[in-house]
Write a protein that binds this ligand. Structure first.
Ligand SMILES: Cc1cc2nc3c(=O)[nH]c(=O)nc-3n(C[C@H](O)[C@H](O)[C@H](O)COP(=O)(O)OP(=O)(O)OC[C@H]3O[C@@H](n4cnc5c(N)ncnc54)[C@H](O)[C@@H]3O)c2cc1C
Length: 485
C-alpha cells in the first residue's frame, strides 16, 4: 500500500485540468486552493500504517486476499459496515473535516458492484466482470477515487428529455465498438483535487425515454476533454492569511464542477450504458451505506467541537463542568447519528453479489438526523464560546502579532490563558461551526426531504394501525372518504 508521499507523487504526475479563479492549478499538492484537501486525504495513508488504526482503515480484499485500503473494498458484512462508520468518525477526528474524495467513490464502487451483478444476471451483460477487473487493478495501484452522482438537473420538475437543454444531466451521445462518448456535467463533487480517478454513476432513477442518461463508468481525473472547476469557499480569503487564521492546515474540504465536453470512455471502464431500469436501484445501493456512514462523519466532527467547546470554556476561566448539560447534549447528538449508522449497518442484508446493503429505513432516518443534529452541536459550541468565536469578532493573526498594537490586543484577549491561545481556540471554533470545516450535513448524500420520501416508502402505516387496533380490541373497519377536489 502507498505511503502518503507516494500518494502525493501520484497526484503531481497527473495532467493539470483543475481551475480556480480563472487559473489552472499546476500542482494540487501545493496550490493553496487544494493543498489542504490533499493533506487531509494524505492522512488516510499515514494513519493506515499505524497499528492502532490499521484494523479500521484497511481490510482483506475479497478479490485477492491481500490487505487493501478499506476505501477500495467491497462492504461484505455488518462488521465491515461498522468499520466503515468508525473509519468516517476517525477521519473527522484526524482532519476536523471531510475526506470526501474517498467516501463517495467507495460507496459508488459498492453500489455498482451490486447493480452490475444484477444486470449481468438478468441481461447477460459483462459489467460485473469489468468492475471486478478494474477494482483489482485499483487495489493494486492503491488509488484515491472520488464519486460523482449529482447532475446539474436544470428544472427540478422535469426529467432529462423534457429539459430545454439536453445536457442538464450527463448522457451518452455516441456509442462506438470500443466505448462511448459522454456530454454534460456533475456538480458539487467532493475532494476531486485529491483523487486519482472519479467514479461516475446516475444521480437518480430514469425511465426508458431517458435511457441515454443511465450511465456509469470510472475515469482518470485528468482524462481528455474533462475540465474541472473548484468552487469558491468561505475560506478562500483566508488562503491569503497566515498563522492561526488557518486553524487546520492538515485537512480541508473542496467541491468541484466536472465539465464533460464529449469525453470518450473506453469499454472496459463502463459499468452501465442505457440500462435505465437499473439506475434507481444503483442509487438506492449508494444511499444505504452512505447515509448510514455519514452518522460517523458528523459524530467525528462533533467530537472535535466538544473538545473545542470545553477548551474555550477553560480558556475563559470557566470549568467545562459549568456547561455540562450543554456538553451532554452535544454527546447525545453525536452518539445518535453514530449509533444509527451502526444500527443501519447491523440490520442490513447480503446482496447476492456479496455486497452488504444497510437497512434503508434506518439509514434514511439517520440522514434526517445528520441534517439536523450537527447544527445544534454547532450552535451549542458557539453558545459556550462567547462572541469571540462568531465570525467577525476576532482580530487577525497578523494584527495580534503586530509590533505596534499586537501587545495590546494580546493583553485584552487573554483570560485564563494567553491571548494567542484563546484566539487559536476561537478560530478553530469559527472554522468548525461556520467556516470551511463545515461538511455537507444538509445536502451531502442527498436532501433530507428526499430521505423523508424514502422513510415514507419504507414504512407501512397500516401495520402501525393494526398494532393499535389489536391492543384496543377494535374490530371495526374505519374508512376515510377521499377529499373531493
Ligand atoms: C458539501 C457537499 C458535498 C457534496 N459532495 C458530493 C459528491 O462528492 N458527489 C456527488 O455526487 N454529490 C455531492 N454533493 C451534492 C449533493 O449530493 C446534492 O447537493 C444533493 O443530492 C441535493 O441536490 P441539489 O443540491 O441539486 O438540490 P436540489 O435537488 O435542488 O434540492 C433542493 C430542494 O428541493 C427539493 N426538491 C428537489 N427536487 C424536487 C422535486 N422534483 N419535487 C419536490 N422537491 C424537490 C429537495 O428535497 C431540496 O429540499 C455534495 C453536496 C454538498 C453540499
Amino acid at each position: 500500500m502507498k505511503t502518503s508521499e507516494e500518494y502525493k507523487e501520484s497526484l503531481k504526475k497527473m495532467k493539470p485540468n483543475i481551475y480556480k479563479f480563472g487559473e489552472l492549478i499546476e500542482d494540487v499538492t501545493t496550490n493553496p486552493a487544494t493543498k489542504r484537501t490533499v493533506a487531509g486525504h494524505a492522512q488516510i495513508f499515514d494513519a493506515s500504517q499505524k497499528p492502532e488504526y490499521e484494523e479500521i482503515l484497511t481490510t482483506k480484499s475479497c478479490l485477492t486476499g491481500k490487505q487493501v485500503s478499506r476505501y477500495l473494498s467491497i462492504i461484505s458484512s455488518a462488521e465491515d459496515m461498522i468499520a466503515n462508520v468508525r473509519m468516517k468518525r476517525l477521519m473527522f477526528n484526524l482532519t476536523g473535516t471531510c475526506t470526501g474524495g474517498r467516501c463517495a467513490g467507495f460507496n459508488a464502487i459498492n453500489a455498482m458492484w451490486a447493480a452490475t451483478f444484477d444486470m449481468d444476471k438478468n441481461l447477460g451483460t459483462d459489467y460485473h466482470k469489468r468492475i471486478r477487473e478494474w477494482l483489482k487493478d485499483a487495489q493494486k495501484r492503491d488509488i484515491t477515487i472520488s464519486g460523482a452522482l449529482t447532475d446539474p438537473k436544470g428544472d427540478r420538475s422535469k426529467p432529462p428529455t423534457l429539459q430545454k437543454d439536453p445536457d442538464m444531466n450527463l448522457h451518452v451521445i455516441e456509442e462506438r465498438n470500443d466505448g462511448i462518448v459522454v456530454r454534460g456535467a456533475k456538480v458539487m463533487i467532493c475532494g476531486v483535487a485529491a483523487a486519482n480517478e472519479i467514479f461516475i454513476m446516475p444521480g437518480t432513477g430514469y425511465k426508458e425515454q431517458d435511457k441515454d442518461y443511465a450511465v456509469s463508468f470510472v475515469i482518470p481525473r485528468d482524462i481528455e476533454n474533462l475540465t474541472i472547476v473548484e468552487t469558491r469557499r468561505p475560506s478562500d480569503m483566508r488562503e491569503q492569511e497566515e498563522g492561526f487564521d488557518i486553524p487546520v492546515d492538515i485537512g480541508g474540504i473542496t467541491q468541484a464542477y466536472l465539465l464533460f465536453e464529449d469525453v470518450f470512455i473506453p469499454k472496459e471502464r463502463i459499468f452501465m450504458c442505457k440500462e435505465s431500469s437499473y439506475a434507481l436501484q444503483a442509487v438506492m445501493n449508494f444511499i444505504a451505506p452512505y447515509r448510514a456512514a455519514i452518522g460517523g462523519c458528523v459524530a467525528g466532527q462533533g467530537d472535535v467541537m466538544i473538545g473545542a467547546a470545553a477548551l474555550i470554556a477553560q480558556a475563559n476561566g470557566l470549568s467545562e463542568k459549568m456547561f455540562r448539560q450543554k456538553i451532554t447534549q452535544m454527546i447525545i447528538n453525536n452518539e445518535t447519528t453514530f449509533g444509527m449508522g451502526i444500527a443501519a449497518g447491523v440490520l442490513g442484508h447480503k446482496h447476492p453479489s456479496g455486497a452488504w446493503i444497510p437497512d434503508a429505513l434506518l439509514s434514511n432516518v439517520n440522514k434526517v438526523h445528520v441534517a439536523t443534529l450537527p447544527y445544534d452541536t454547532k450552535r451549542i459550541t458557539q453558545d459556550i464560546a462567547g462572541g469571540i468565536a462568531e465570525t467577525g469578532c476576532l482580530p487577525s493573526c497578523q494584527d495580534i502579532n503586530n509590533p505596534n498594537y499586537g501587545k495590546l490586543l494580546k493583553k485584552y484577549l487573554k483570560a485564563n490563558c494567553s491571548g494567542e491561545t484563546r484566539a487559536k481556540i476561537a478560530r478553530l471554533i469559527e472554522w468548525l461551526t461556520i467556516g470551511a470545516g463545515v461538511p455537507g450535513c444538509m445536502h451531502g448524500g442527498g436532501s433530507p426531504d428526499g430521505a423523508k420520501m424514502m422513510i415514507n416508502a419504507k414504512s407501512d402505516i397500516n401495520h402501525y394501525i393494526e398494532l393499535a387496533k389489536r391492543l384496543a380490541d377494535i374490530k371495526e373497519d374505519i374508512q376515510v372518504e377521499p377529499k373531493k377536489k
